[in-house]
Design a protein around this ligand. Structure first.
Ligand SMILES: [Zn+2]
Ligand SMILES: [Zn+2]
Length: 60
């Protein structure tokens, strides 16, 4: 799979457009840009790890 863009919110949205934003109005990342991901197994672990780090920072 080529580079795709994954929402870091709970909707788990994926797009092929670099300028894509989350379309889910009930997602915490609604209207925010998606995060580039290069995974080939559709798990988007790169994005999930990034989200995890962000949550860790918020707790400090
Ligand atoms: Zn979303
Ligand atoms: Zn991915």
């Amino acid at each position: 799979m080529e580079t795709h863009y994954v929402c870091r919110g709970e909707c788990g949205g994926v797009s092929d457009e670099p300028q894509a934003v989350c379309q889910m109005t009930d997602c915490s990342k609604h209207a925010q840009h998606m995060t580039p991901c290069n995974c080939s197994d559709d798990k988007h672990e790169e994005v999930r790890e990034d989200k995890h780090q962000e949550e860790m920072e918020d707790n400090q």
